[in-house]
Design a protein around this ligand. Sequence first.
Ligand SMILES: [Zn+2]
Ligand SMILES: [Zn+2]
Length: 359
Amino acid sequence: MRAAVMLEVGQPLSVEELTPLDPGPRDVVVRLGASGICHSDLSIAHGTFPCPCPSILGHEGAGRVEFVGAEVTRVRPGDRVIGAPVAACGHCWFCIRDEAHLCRELSMSRSVPRSARADGTAVPAMCGLGTFADEMVCNELSLVRLETDLPDEQLSILGCGVTTGVGSVLNTAHVEPGASVAVIGCGGVGQSAIQGARIAGAGQIIAIDTVALKRETAATMGATDMVDPSEADPVEQVRALTGGRGVDYAFEVIGNLTTMVQAVSMARRGGAAVWVGAPAADAVVSLSAIDVFYEEKRILGCLFGSSQPRREWPRLVSFAEQGRLDLSSMISRRFALDEVNDAFQAIEAGEVIRSVILY
Ligand SMILES: [Zn+2]
Ligand SMILES: [Zn+2]
C-alpha cells in the first residue's frame, strides 16, 4: 500500500510504500476511492495537536470494502463505506445515552499499528483510519455502510468536515426556523455550518471571513450577509446587522481564542456561542464572567457536530441526493497522493474550501 506518513512534526509528509499488517478478526480492509483533507491533518503535521510519529494521517475517507475479518458483522466485501473519526462501541455509558460521539471505549484502537515501513517500524493511523493511503485497515466499528450513487469524493468530505459543520447547527445548537446565525471562519466546516443553517431554515446567516473567496462561496451556500473582519470590528458589524442585539447563535469554526471570545460577544442576550473549531491543546480562554452571567449567554462545546455517524450519514446523503446539501461545490481542488504536501500549502494559502485526494 502507498501512504502519506508523518515522520516528524513540522516536516513534509513522506509518501512511501508500506506493508499492511494482517487484519484482526474484527478488522476490515478498505480500498479507498477518495480522502478529504481536513484542517486537523494540518494541525497534527504542525504539532498543534499531539499524534505519535510515525503515523499515517488522514481521517476523511470513502471507499469499498475489500476484505473482512472472521468476526466482522457490520460490513461485507463490496460495500461502500465512510470511515468515522469517532468510532462508537454502541454499549458504553455514553453510547446508550444517545451520545455515541462521546464514546471513550475505542480511543485505544487508534494507536494500533496498521502497517510497517520498509525498515520494519510499525505505523499506526490517525483516528484509527489513516485515509492518506490507497488502502486502510480499521476496526469494523469505525465504518458506516452507505447505499448511494454519490461519488467517493463527495462521501469522503462527509467523513469529518461537513458532518461537523452541519451537525453543529442541527445537533449541537438545534437552530430553529427563523433564527439568526453568525459563522466565524468559512472554510469547509464553516461553509457546512452555513448550509446547515440554511437547511434548518435560519432567517439570517452572517458569514465572517477575511478571505474574499470564502465570503463569495458563503453567499452561494446560503449566507444572507457577508462580513470582512479586517474592515471593522466583527462584533460591531454583526450587531449592526441584527438591530443592535447580536445573533441567536454564533458559531466559531477556527479554534482561535480571539474569535472564540468574539463569538460569545456577538451572541445576543440569551443567545449561544458554539465552539466548533478545535483549539490548541494548551489553549486557555479568558471571558467576562459577568457578561456570561448577566446576559445569560450559553457556550456550547461541539465535538464532531455532536453527530452519530450511523444515524447522521444516511440523513446527510439524502440531503445531498435531494440537492439540499451541496457537496460538489465544496470541493475546490483534487490532488494525487504524491501531491499531499502541495495540498497542505493550498489550505494554508486560503485558496481552497475543501481539497480531496483521489486514488
Ligand atoms: Zn477533521
Ligand atoms: Zn461507546
